[in-house]
Write a protein that binds this ligand. Sequence first.
Ligand code: BGC
Length: 792
Amino acid sequence: MLRQEKVDFARRAAADGMVLLKNENATLPISKDKKIALFGVASYQCFKLGWGSGDMLAQRIIQTNEALVDAGYTIEEQSDAINKAWIEEHATEYQRVNRNWAEWTFRFNEIEMPTNIIESSAKEADVAIVSVGRCSGEADDLKNEEGFYKLHADETSLIKRVSACFEHVVLVLNTCGPLDLRSVENCKIDSILYASMGGEQFGNAVADIVSGKVSPSGKLTTTWAKKYEDYPTCEGIDTIVVPYNEGIYVGYRYFDTFNVEPMYPFGYGLSYTTFEIEPYDFILDGPLVNFVTKVTNTGKMPGKEVVECYLSSPDGKMEKAYQDLCAYSKTDIINPGESEEVVISFDLTDMASYDEEAAAYVLEKGDYIVRCGNSSRNTKVAFVIRVSKDVLCTQVSNRFKQDDVELKLISKKGIASISYPNEKAEIENAKILDLDITSIEPTVCDKYEDTPDELIEATSNDKLYTLEDVWNGKASVEDVVAQFSNEELAMILNGVIYDSADANANVGSMAIKVRGAAGELWTSDKYKIPTNACADGPGGIRLSIFGTPEESDTDVCHEMVAYPSGTCFANTWDCSIAYKFGACICDDLEVSNIEGWLAPGINIHRNPLNGRNFEYMSEDPLIAGNTGAYITFGVQYDEDTRPTGRYVAIKHFACNNIEYERGITNSVVSERALREIYLKAFKIAVTTSGALTVMTAYNKINGQFASTSFDLLNGVLRGEWGFDGVVMTDWNPCSNSKEHSYAGNDLIMPGCHKKDILEGLEDGSVSKASVQKCAARILTLILRSNYVINDR
Ligand code: BGC
């Protein structure tokens, strides 16, 4: 692929991920004969991504001001409207900080550019665009304060001044996620575009929306509350023990069930045109639900629409949320007056609730209402599925008891959920389909017994088996592993780090083969184990700059593309865009000679202050899981579904939903919420995409480090979901390195714990059989990666 093709794609994806929140008086799009006055530092210096391992170096970031000029607009005399010298200084500082991990947390949130002639420029220009930028990143969270989740006083004052004297005002939010906009709620703002973080093509994507070249089609994947306190997770996020008292009521599941009015609901997003969605042809094939919707463009401009389907499950022994997203699909561009048929399918058993008493996924008896629309708060009842008695779908074991910390789970008892005027009548008149309960065979899905691994003994002959022999069918990986000394086993279980004496080598830039990449696996000439390197994402292939420019500020570094954020991709609700993104990443991996990509990140947006939310997809597990799955598929398979040999590490498994003290926090969560929300995203991504690796989270879950949790890794990931790839730790975990292999965590990254493993093997505190099993899986990864690449 040419770089330009990937850049064009990044621009298209960024525009498709932007969400139009408000558009009064048809202020957007703006015709080219209108003069625009541009305000706000983010109009001149955007946040392409947040900071930390999710950031990217970008050769050239397209800013909104230049993109609008390029698009043919006249921008009101900038030298008067803004302080140019200040912007230049600001840009230089941004570049410097961007390259320096030690200054990650530097943010530009507290600075608003000086403007002196707002009032006079209002006489010259027809429309004002004010951009607000908000950055966040790894190892730090936002605060519910001005300059963070709330607008800074300077931003509020700028918006107030601009809206007082301009006839038309557009607010562009170049933010890591939702903000509290109450300080400007009385301002006359016609249009609000949630542009999120659009990567290096940010400005062009904004210009495409502003000009109408692209009609907005992004939808929120996370609820925007009116105020922080409206989120059920607003308390206890800056403590070591984080109780998930909201249980299953995360995001819209809470807002809808507890009837809390959001500022903008989940699934919401406007277009420049309007659509009508009519569902018909409902078929139930066992638990498989299929139907068609006819989407008609009833407006005046071409555009795309998302068909969103929600399921309201009946209360039984278990409380249910008002609705859960069960399927969605995005149309192609539909011209005015034309229609497209969209086929929707989902498996009802995937929507079963987790019954902790039965340790099983159960469809409780009652009526399941299928709703269809273009936002969680704009749906109509499509039909009803009747389940005549409780159906046990999957039997597992409870694995995540909270021992020490008592949860105070919220309950919807006595609270009326949302409703709308015709809802009752719609339900009464809806077509009812009876589920044939005999079509559901209960499955027992609990294959991983806690039995000791068996030691692999070396065969007595003197032949040396190499990985090449395995590739050529002359030996098995076990034959190779059996020959490893304790020292070699300790080596292969750890990454290899760049000369630790080099003070410039830092987390995220430990690889030797490709400088600036995050890490690499053990290499051996003797066993023909080639070098296998991995680099961060999810914004692209992150090659960090360190040392001297000659050393690492290389052409390859600049060849990499900075794509939009994870949230921006998810906001497209478009699986084909996610797949294409994966294909672009695969190409970037090839260009940079790297095998593995430490992304996508699919942790749930549990709380809007989480510093890494921009990397993640959604508050909903279906969107998060699907987006992650399609990206993975694009990286790992080519158009003919042949393995590419490049691989992803789906991260951070699981419940790394806040950055505060992320190395040691304890996410205390009910088994039901864990399975229905937090693990479900990973289950979808891992089981549907064939991901080759998974990265564990730093935090604990119910008192046990995720990285050393047998139940999480061997129990659920491998045993229940059938994952047969490599599990790796996040970089330098706080968990006890001697416990990883037993739990099923194969690889300790980036490579600082060899001594512990060796010591454990020698004194017997680490099981050699478990270590061998991990080593075999790492070798299998190298076969599936390097050897496949060489063979292509
Ligand atoms: C981050 C990971 C990242 C790793 C390697 C850690 O600090 O949490 O997401 O992949 O560093 O850079």
